[in-house]
Design a protein around this ligand. Structure first.
Ligand SMILES: [Zn+2]
Length: 314
């Protein structure tokens, strides 16, 4: 297989010896039909793809993806996976695995073996390393959650439900019941998500619980194994760790905040810095805290669901 461009994950998927062109909007992929057909028995016959007969004269078939459910990013995830540009594992980028899971579902590209693998690793990424998850794309998380319900991945369904409520909680584009709609946004503005009474109740409960739980971490300076390191943490904690959290809403968005803490250079007047051992230890503590919080998110959602039964139906 010959790719006319470089082989990085962002490079266009265009193989000069490819046997078919798959197009979505203005983006085309030249790929190998046999490879796709070895994984999906109906990719080229599905409702969401149309053969462009007018362009067949150049010895190559051109197909246009017409399904509204598959966009260029989904196709890119499929081809990036098929050509092994990103190895599918618990360390793979969350966005990639999320899109691969959605787009290989039976009602889209229908690649059962890839879909099952993506389900496995998507669940692992969420549970093993929530700090690597980007919780901002509500639309894709919702789509994956619907997919997990339809195609019976119960463990993944639980994980994606947690991801969705977390995403609601940190989003500025969520409208709570009774809240006024913002002024109309431009066509290319962000999508707005209107929460039901129950979802609003669960999201609010999650917000309160996570803030209560996380506050001690953010208002008590980290400790090192050495007195000098502990002193540096203590001296800079308010300015570097606590104050920014109060300014940017990071008490709810605990995963973003824990990631940020790990990137701070704990240096005292550019002379004394926290030693590598202490840095490694506190970073491990923050990773462990992320796993604990991820586990508790499930408990808080269940708590809120129980108490939401008293709400008027929404
Ligand atoms: Zn130290």
């Amino acid at each position: 297989m010959t790719n006319t461009s470089t082989n990085g994950e962002d490079a266009p998927v265009w193989f000069s010896d490819g046997s078919v062109i798959v197009r979505k909007g203005g983006t085309s992929f030249k790929v190998h039909r046999s490879l796709i057909e070895s994984l999906s028995h109906n990719f080229f016959d599905s409702d969401g793809i149309v053969k462009m007969s007018a362009e067949d004269s150049k010895d190559i078939s051109v197909y246009a993806v017409t399904s509204n459910n598959i966009d260029v990013k989904h196709l890119k995830s499929i081809f990036t996976h098929l050509y092994h540009r990103i190895h599918l594992s618990a360390d793979a980028p969350f966005d990639h695995v999320l899109r691969l899971y959605i787009s290989t579902a039976p009602d889209y590209a229908n690649m059962p073996s890839v879909h099952e693998l993506a389900a496995k690793y998507l669940n692992e990424i969420l549970n093993i390393n929530p700090l690597n998850v980007d919780f901002t794309d509500i639309k894709e998380i919702q789509a994956a959650l619907n997919c997990s319900r339809a195609f019976e991945h119960p463990e993944l369904q639980t994980s994606l439900e947690k991801a969705l409520y977390y995403a609601y909680m940190i989003s500025d584009n969520v409208i709570y019941p009774g809240q006024d709609l913002p002024p109309p946004t431009p066509v290319d503005g962000p999508l707005l998500y209107r929460l039901s009474l129950t979802d609003a109740h669960i999201t609010t409960h999650l917000m309160t619980s996570i803030t209560d739980f996380f506050s001690p971490t953010i208002f008590q300076p980290a400790c090192g194994s050495h007195m000098a390191c502990t002193d540096i943490f203590a001296k800079h904690w308010v300015a570097l760790a606590a104050d920014p959290v109060l300014e940017d809403g990071g008490l709810c968005d605990t995963f973003r905040t824990l990631n940020r803490l790990s990137t701070i250079a704990w240096v005292d007047e550019k002379v004394l810095s926290v030693c590598d051992e202490c840095l490694k230890n506190v970073r491990e503590e923050w990773e462990e805290e992320a796993i604990v919080i991820w586990g508790k998110i499930g408990e808080w959602i269940e708590e809120a669901k129980s108490s939401s039964k008293e709400l008027p139906s929404s």
